[in-house]
Ligand binder design. Sequence first.
Ligand code: GUN
Length: 328
Amino acid sequence: MTAKILSGREISASILAEVKADVRRIIAESGAAPGLAVLRVGDDPASAVYVAKKVQACNEVGIRSQHIHLPETITEDELINGLMSLNEDPKIDGILVQLPLPAHLDVQAITESICVKKDVDGFHPTNVGRLSQGRECLKPCTPAGIIEILKRSAVEIEGRNTVIVGRSNIVGKPLAAMMINENSTVTVCHSRTRNLAEITRSADILVAAIGRAGYLRAEHIRPGAAVIDVGINRVSDPDFAAELFGGEELDKRLSTIKQRGATIVGDVNPKEALERAGFYTPVPGGVGLLTVAMLLKNTVTAARMQRQKTDAVRLSSPSRSKNVSQKS
Ligand code: GUN
């Protein structure tokens, strides 16, 4: 079996085209483009790359972005005061603080100081709670992107077994809530899970979000499963690259290692996944692109909330909630 590649490029391109049309409509109706503030603290090189991609994508769809680069030494109070000003700023519809933050800053305090209706990351406890209750809310971008990949590729979710490897607040936990809301049967595995392969082999949809290069292998994959790889890991060892890739792809990867010192790989062994899975999201070119697309989609949703002078509380009143009839 050779897995069908689920291209993040194609799916994100169609989402970005929809977002671009929404942005035009918002400008025509309200006279102002949606505005997104992206805050980056310190000089983490990976964060610099991710933020640059987010800002560039905003430019491509007509969202006004403000990249606020703050020094590593900023205090928690200074950062929270800055966020309070953005909460009040009518030109800003969405606020994102790029993670990870320097160790002296309390992520939870910072997340909670962002206005719920501008929380385009969906990390505020109110949005997390609403998601867990199956109510309307701003949803974390990476898991929301995974749902889009599955739906737009006609991979059935309802009634099927999803196994998520990884229990982070950014991916594993919110994805579990979203997949339950989509009526999937969900198992979450993590570093203390026993008999991992036995559990992952029960997955119709297997999601790897653990941050370990090529960790999931053929033995973890049920033949024909949809394998979604969320990992972004740097590999600089040519011998390890040869375990993950073959043929022309290996040649490309080895030349990237030579030129740039490392190549980016996911949490799943791609060679083995391609042989065994039914569907597979490549790294790069898979889930990562969707994270950016869903951020822009959330910014449009937040802009609509701001312009309707309403907030997520009203949008999520029980009479409008999609999942209120869900019983068990
Ligand atoms: N760092 C890694 N992923 C994310 C994300 O989705 N949002 C933010 N703010 N930081 C991240």
